[in-house]
Structures are given as structure tokens and as C-alpha cells.
Ligand binder design. Structure first.
Ligand code: ADP
Length: 681
């Protein structure tokens, strides 16, 4: 029997292993089984190279738990190790690489947990003693047993083993009893080993017989050695992809379609990505992409490896070229990772383009489920935008679809304003903005439906991409002004009368929103009063609500325009009533105002001819007084009109109707409106 001390000075490696990797003890099983798979694959490689003669025999890897002896055993029939190899690999190389690994990453231990690097020595995270019984494939090899009890002392002695291969036996320590539960091991095998390329057995196949499950005597194989992503796409049918999806996510909804990735150069990457149905809420994406390294599960958090928008996809990626035992920030700057990420982005865009080209109707049918993904990709990845802008769709309020290019052609003629800016009209709610949409359509405009979760961002983004274009929500102004053309409308009322109407309709002074009354000459068939909200203001508030950093706007009260149409017969009538009721007072005020105004203007002109110091104080005071008189008269007129408006049922009714059309009339105001309507009838 040979005994010795593992040839590294650090005596405390095992305590370190246990302590630092505390939260991820379970990876030991993955590491041991990976080694067993490697040993088996090496054997197969040698056999096919002709270095090994004879039958390979059963190559199954067996995992077993002995609860009484408190052991877990992983057995393979792979290459095995000669006593010299055992000493070299386990005592020298494996130990020192485990040590080096910990040394290197102790500062960022959290980020590497769950990733490769610790290998065989991770078994000490759960064991107080580890035995390795191994026999090399080479002729006349001597079976040997290596034992180590968790201190750097080990022993190697002769052992019994009939066939080539290796048994690793872990004596589970008292803190790790959970790993002696079959269900726990089953769960770990399912997580890490489900797609390993060599058959692995654990437990027995069970059968339902006479009202209970009984052992069939057959070993239960826990893995699929040929998962779909390792098979050539030409050999797979649609059902195979669906079946594989279900293997990955037993509870997942049927995906929309898939992309099979297969790259050899300049890096190795295979995988299948699935497009799930994403209706809304980006945060929810329960079926994460799983990352494998030569069919060994590594992680299901791929952030930093693929662009963020791709993390909305499902499926698997397998690449031996992604460095896994490094921190996330390092990953993002790794050139291989960058290339992989760019490649996947390109493939995803190409695949979408292919589906779009091949079957546009089908693509349109799936658009609602794809939109969020594609929009997110375009906004966040320039390269994706370059491709996706050719097939991304706009949906209008009639549920018709257009590519960006098609849509531009559609609206170019009719929706270019006098500044040559192309105006994209959109609606965020077909029901709430129904009347505005109808009016825009009546004018021959087209209205987009942009009611998605990301559309506020998309609009801003597209405005930065499209030349001389602007997006305007359909209710952000009266239809005549949404797209400003050269034409000018004749007003039925004079400038003075229009001015008076502004005061008359100023009846919303007590609301918490700000209402700015504007009198806008519109068609007489247009509504008498319309509520609009400026595109700019609303968008700033939307952005602030989405956390876009526009907090200043978020805190401001909502402000709206109350647009009065002086050409509408009802407004004309209100104006007539006003003249009939207050005519005398108004014309008196007007005459007085006119007189004072002339005086003020005259005095200003006279005084303007002299230097300030040459003007006697009395004259200055006199001008000041007349100015004050003028503003008092104007105020008096305004108050008179506001008081009249406040009492005028028709004015109130028209304003309330406009609010009602915008779904803004609530509570007591709504009740008052209903009552007043009945009275008026
Ligand atoms: P790694 O697998 O990353 O090389 P490990 O510490 O897990 O590092 O293993 C060290 C070495 O021990 C392996 O490279 C291999 O040569 C040898 N080894 C480990 N397990 C087995 C096994 N089951 N059969 C044959 N050789 C093994």
C-alpha cells in the first residue's frame, strides 16, 4: 500500500471547497458523471481509431445510492486509470487545478458557482471520504483503489475490479444527508444529465401492476442520449421539434416556431431556439433558455451570453466555446461570446425573414405574439433592427398589416404636412379613441394601432430612424390640425367673438387637470367641443410612467386642450344667445375698452418720443393708471363671460359631452351631466 500527501502546500483546500461553494453543493454529481462520460467517450474514440481491439461491451454509466452505508456510487466502463495515471490525475493535476481554481476565483466565487472548473474535487463538498476504484483499459492493467478522507492525505492500494472502468464512491457526510434521498438524486440527474451522450441508469423501471408500482427489474435510463439539437435538421420533422420542446418544458405552451442553430466555425455552437407566444409582460418568461456544454447542463441564466431580447426565447444552446468559469462582466467582453451573440441575433433575424417571405399570411397571424419580441429586439440591438425593419409589421386600426416600407408608401401622399413631415397617426385604444379614429379615417387618413407594452418606446425609436417623420396620436389634436396642411378655414365668427368664447367656455377651472381653452376654426360638421392632449406632453408622461427618467413630467398635472369650434351651429347659437342676453353690457365694455385702449396707445406713443427722464412724473402716473383701467376692464369682461358660461346649460353640456367622449367624465360630474341632459330634454 502506498500512502502520501497530496503535493500541494495548502492544507485547507477541503474546508475552502465546502465553505465557498456552500450554496451549490449539488454540482458534484454533474462533475463526476461528466468525468464518467468523458472516460466512456475516450474509449469509444480509441475503438473507432482502432487502438482498442475487441468488444466494448456495456458502456452504461450507473448511479446508485446506498442509504444504509451512506454512499453514492458512480460507475463507468470507460478507459479507467492505471496506478500511474491515478496518481498523476487525481493527486497532482486534479488537486492542483482545484486549488488553483479556488485561488483564482475566491473573490468572485458567487459568479462561478454552478460552473465548471472544480471537477473531481467537488465531491468533497458532500463527502468525508472518497474512494476511487479503477482499472485501465490497457492489457494487464492492475486495478487500484484510491482513498482520501478529506485531508490532503491519500492512500493507493491494490483492489478488485474485474472489468475496465472506474467506480467513484462517496461517503456522504452528515451535513449532506439530503443527497442520500433517491428523489434528490433523480432531480439532479434530471437537471444536469438529461441529455448526456452516454446512457446513465439510476434505479429501476417501474410498472403499474395490481394497483401499485412495482419494479420491472429493468434499469431505468434517465437520459436522452440524442437530443434533437445534436441531430441534423434535415433528419427532423416538425413533430420532433415539438416533442423536444416538451422534453425541455413539460408544462410549456406550444411554441410558434423554432430555429435550429448549427455553427462550426469560427466557434462551435449548436442549439434549438423556440419562439414562444409573448402576448405581454416581458418579465414573465418562465421557460428559460438552457445552456449546455457538450450536452452537460450548465445554467439557465444566459444573460450576458445572448442579447437581452433573445432571453425571451426558449430552448437550448450548446457550446464548448463559451467560457463558463468566469464572471458575467468578463463574459460580456469575451470576443467569442460577442461573436456567438451576434451570430444568434443574425440567425434569429434571418429565420424570421424566411418565415415572413415564405408565408406572409401565417406570419401576420402570429404577429401579435411576435411583436413584443421583434420590437424589443429592434429597439435594443441595432444589428437586429437592420434586418427586422424589413419584416416588422405595422397593424392599422382595421387590422391590416403593412411593412414599414409599404406603410410609408400608403400614407406618403395624404399624410405629409406643409413642412414635408410625414405624419404617422396612431391610436392606443380603438375603443377609447373611437371617435377620433373615425374622424381621421373620414379625412382619408390611416390610423395605426399601437397599443402594445413597448409601443411608447417603439414610437420614440422609430422617429429617430425614419427620416422627417413624426408619430401623432389620433386624439392629440382636432383632425384638421393633426396634419397641418396649407388650407385655411373661413370662420363664421369675428376675432372678438372668438375671444369671448374662450372665456365663456372656461368652465373647468376647478378640476385638478388643467384645461386650456382654444378656439379653432373647424368644419361645421366637426364636433362643437373636443378634448385633446398634446402629443408631447402625453408622451413625456407616458415615458415617466415607464420609468424613463422624465420624473419632472410625471409630477405635473395632466393638461388638456378644450377645443371650441366656432363654426358649429350650436356654438354659433351660443354666441347669438350671449349677444342677446349680455349684448348691451358687452358693447358698453367694448366701447369703454376701446376708448381707454386708444388713450393708452396715444400716451405710449407720445411718451415714446422723449427720454424717460424728460417725462414728468404726473404723465407717467397717468399712463400707469390708464393701463390699470384697461386691464381691469378686460378682467371685468372675462369675469362676466365666465360667469355667464358657468350658468349656461348648453356650454356645460357641450363641455361635458366632449369629456364624455374621452371617458373623462366621472362620479358626481357624470351624475350632474345625466340629470342636466334629462332636464334639457
Ligand atoms: P477534468 O475532468 O476537468 O479534467 P477532474 O478533476 O474532474 O478534471 O479530473 C481529473 C482527471 O482525472 C481527468 O482529466 C481524467 O483524466 C481523470 N478522471 C477523472 N474521473 C475519471 C473516470 N471516471 N475515468 C477515467 N479517468 C478519470
Amino acid at each position: 500500500m502506498q500512502t502520501g500527501k497530496i503535493g500541494v502546500t495548502t492544507e485547507n483546500i477541503f474546508p475552502i471547497i465546502k465553505k465557498f461553494l456552500y450554496s451549490d453543493h449539488e454540482i458534484f454529481l454533474r462533475e463526476l458523471i461528466s468525468n464518467a462520460v468523458d472516460a466512456t467517450q475516450k474509449l469509444k474514440a480509441m475503438a473507432s481509431a482502432g487502438e482498442l481491439k475487441g468488444e466494448l461491451g456495456d458502456l452504461t454509466i450507473r448511479v446508485s445510492v446506498d442509504k444504509k452505508k451512506k454512499t453514492i456510487k458512480v460507475s463507468d466502463n470507460g478507459v479507467g486509470m492505471t496506478p500511474e495515471e491515478l496518481d498523476k490525475y487525481l493527486n497532482q493535476i486534479a488537486f492542483s487545478s482545484a486549488n488553483e481554481f479556488l485561488d483564482k476565483y475566491k473573490d468572485q466565487i458567487n459568479s462561478i458557482i454552478g460552473h465548471f472548473g472544480l471537477g473531481f474535487y467537488s465531491s468533497f463538498m458532500v463527502s468525508d471520504k472518497v474512494e476511487v476504484i479503477t482499472k485501465s483499459w490497457q492489457d494487464k492493467a492492475k486495478p487500484v483503489k484510491w482513498t482520501c478522507d478529506g485531508s490532503p492525505e491519500f492512500s493507493i492500494e491494490d483492489a478488485e475490479r474485474e472489468n475496465r472502468g472506474t467506480d467513484v464512491i462517496l461517503h456522504i457526510d452528515k451535513d449532506s444527508k439530503e443527497f442520500l434521498e433517491e428523489s434528490k438524486i433523480e432531480q439532479l440527474l434530471n437537471k444536469y444529465c438529461k441529455f448526456l451522450p452516454v446512457e446513465i441508469t439510476f434505479g429501476r423501471e417501474q410498472e403499474w401492476k395490481d394497483g401499485k408500482y412495482v419494479d420491472t427489474g429493468k434499469d431505468k435510463i434517465i437520459n436522452n442520449t440524442r437530443p434533437a439539437w445534436t441531430i441534423k435538421p434535415s433528419e427532423l420533422k416538425d413533430e420532433d421539434y415539438s416533442k423536444f420542446y416538451r422534453e425541455l418544458y413539460p408544462a410549456g405552451d406550444e411554441p410558434l416556431f423554432n430555429i435550429h442553430l448549427n455553427v462550426d466555425y469560427p466557434f462551435k455552437l449548436t442549439g434549438i431556439l423556440y419562439f414562444p407566444k409573448i402576448k405581454n409582460n416581458i418579465e414573465i418568461q418562465k421557460n428559460k433558455i438552457q445552456l449546455y456544454c457538450n450536452q452537460v447542463f450548465v445554467t439557465d441564466s444566459v444573460e450576458g451570453i445572448v442579447p437581452e431580447f433573445l432571453t425571451l426565447l426558449h430552448g437550448v444552446l450548446d457550446s464548448p466555446d463559451i467560457p463558463l468559469n468566469v464572471s458575467r462582466s468578463y463574459l460580456q467582453s469575451d470576443s467569442n461570446v460577442k461573436k456567438i451573440s451576434a451570430h444568434i441575433t443574425k440567425k434569429v433575424a434571418d429565420r424570421l425573414n424566411e418565415i415572413f417571405k415564405k408565408d406572409r399570411a401565417e406570419f401576420e397571424k402570429k404577429w401579435d405574439n411576435l411583436k413584443l419580441f421583434i420590437d424589443y429586439g429592434m429597439i435594443t440591438e441595432e444589428k437586429f433592427y437592420e434586418k427586422a425593419s424589413k419584416f416588422a409589421l405595422f397593424k392599422n386600426t382595421d387590422d391590416k398589416f403593412f411593412t414599414y416600407e409599404e406603410y410609408e408608401k400608403l400614407i406618403r401622399e395624404n399624410q405629409t404636412d406643409r413642412n414635408k413631415t410625414l405624419i404617422y397617426l396612431y391610436s392606443t385604444s380603438k375603443t377609447d379613441q373611437y371617435s377620433y379614429i373615425e374622424k381621421a379615417k373620414a379625412k382619408g387618413y390611416d390610423v395605426l394601432s399601437l397599443d402594445g407594452q413597448l409601443d411608447v418606446h417603439l414610437i420614440n425609436f422609430l422617429e429617430s430612424k425614419f427620416k422627417e417623420s413624426r408619430f401623432v396620436r389620433v386624439d392629440s389634436d382636432v383632425v384638421e390640425k393633426l396634419i397641418q396642411k396649407e388650407e385655411k378655414k373661413e370662420s363664421k365668427l369675428s376675432e372678438e367673438e372668438k375671444n369671448d368664447l374662450r372665456s365663456l367656455f372656461n368652465v373647468r377651472t376647478k378640476s385638478k387637470e388643467i384645461f386650456n381653452v382654444v378656439v379653432e376654426t373647424l368644419d361645421e360638421n366637426e364636433a362643437p367641443v373636443i378634448v385633446t392632449q398634446s402629443e408631447f406632453m402625453r408622451r413625456m408622461k407616458d415615458m415617466s410612467a415607464l420609468g424613463g427618467g422624465m420624473n419632472f413630467y410625471g409630477e405635473m398635472p395632466d393638461s388638456y386642450n378644450l377645443v371650441v369650434n366656432p363654426n358649429h351651429p350650436l356654438v354659433v347659437k351660443i354666441n347669438e344667445d350671449l349677444r342677446a342676453d349680455l349684448g348691451q353690457k358687452l358693447s358698453d365694455n367694448e366701447a369703454d375698452t376701446k376708448k381707454v385702449k386708444e388713450e393708452v396707445e396715444f400716451m405710449e406713443k407720445e411718451q415714446g418720443k422723449r427720454k424717460a427722464e424728460e417725462i414728468p412724473q404726473v404723465e407717467k402716473d397717468d399712463l400707469e393708471k390708464r393701463r390699470k383701467d384697461l386691464s381691469d376692464m378686460e378682467d371685468a369682461r372675462r369675469s362676466m363671460l365666465e360667469a355667464y358660461g358657468a350658468e349656461n346649460k348648453k356650454v356645460k353640456q357641450l363641455v361635458d359631452l366632449a369629456l364624455l367622449a374621452n371617458n373623462m367624465l366621472k362620479g358626481e360630474e357624470l351624475a350632474t351631466f345625466v340629470k342636466r341632459s334629462v332636464d334639457l330634454l
